[in-house]
Design a protein around this ligand. Sequence first.
Ligand code: AMP
Length: 217
Amino acid sequence: MSGQREVIVLLGPPGAGKGTHGQRWAEENGWRYAATGDLLREAVQRQTPIGVQAKAYMEKGLLVPDEVMHGIVEEVLQSSDRPLLLDGYPRTLAQAQVLDEMTQRLGWKVKAAVLLTLSDDEIVERLSSRRVCPNCQAIYNLKSKPPRNDEICDECETKLIQRDDDKPEVIRKRLAVYREQTAPVVDYYQAKGILVEVCSSGEPEEVYGRLKKVTLS
Ligand code: AMP
């Protein structure tokens, strides 16, 4: 049984399936799923002070400054009454250290870091055919997980969109940022002995089967 105040962090390059598989895993296990990218996109849309600050970074495929992110994550921890699957944070070593400090201070524990791995070629291929629902955040892939009706969300019937940062030039920048800034986070959790790797290549069902096995064991 999992404790109430446990966090699992979901790591991996953009397009590795963190959102798709993370949302499903959290729902099936009664965990809260929180993605910093979703929270930021919502803030941008609502033009909150954080959203106004974050927009320019996100459009270029750059990371939003750590100081902005800390407040977002602290708020997520403070408002969670269930164990938490955190997608998209930490993305820098400094964020990983802050998460340790914050979880300790607020009585939480980082139980595991799950890394979804995928080759660069597969990442570009997946991201360019990804479509998302701007209303309910459901994620589709025109090739491997198409919506039932042409580019319309199955859940809420909103017209699907392509994220601005899923355009080829921005994808390349995001991948470079991942290699430079997020790879050390993987090493950080490996050194702590709580890193679990899951290969994300293949069909969604196959990948989910692998994730389910490791995180529940
Ligand atoms: P994602 O949906 O996780 O791919 O995130 C989309 C964008 O939001 C990223 O390219 C960053 O600009 C920003 N972002 C999300 N999470 C973080 C984070 N932990 N630190 C800095 N920027 C972030």
